[in-house]
Design a protein around this ligand. Structure first.
Ligand SMILES: [Cu+2]
Length: 128
């Protein structure tokens, strides 16, 4: 019995050590863009971003009606001008999960509603 008890202690120690040495990216957060409103044009995405700190490894989930909206990953110019002439990713499933894979600024726009309804969001990802 004593031997069994020691075994459990050792297992517990190994598990705790593994938890402690896992990189912080293992605790990546998932963000639903626009919260309950989702990815649409009735949302102030600047306000949604305010107060949040995003890290590499975090996941953005864009939920939307894919007959109405889409998601384009663009650069700063594309974000500012609502242009998809140059983009790095396009999504149209209505439930897109996009991982922030690098530190820096990430810009997402809806090609239908960026210009006149400001359906766009800019996110800065920090190294985790
Ligand atoms: Cu849209």
């Amino acid at each position: 019995m004593a031997r069994l008890g020691k075994c459990f202690v050792n297992v517990a120690t190994v598990v705790m050590t593994l938890v402690l040495i896992l990189p912080s990216s293992s605790y990546a957060a998932t963000y639903y863009v626009g919260d309950q409103d989702g990815w649409t044009y009735d949302v102030d995405f600047d306000s949604w971003v305010a107060g949040k700190t995003f890290y590499v490894g975090d996941v953005l989930v864009f939920i939307y009606d894919n007959t109405q909206h889409n998601v384009f990953l663009v650069d700063a110019n594309g974000y500012n001008t609502c242009s998809t002439n140059k983009y790095y990713g396009s999504y149209a499933s209505g439930n897109d999960q996009i991982t922030l894979t690098a530190a820096g600024n990430w810009y997402f726009i809806c090609s239908y509603h960026c210009d006149y309804a400001s359906q766009k969001v800019a996110i800065t990802a920090f190294s985790s």
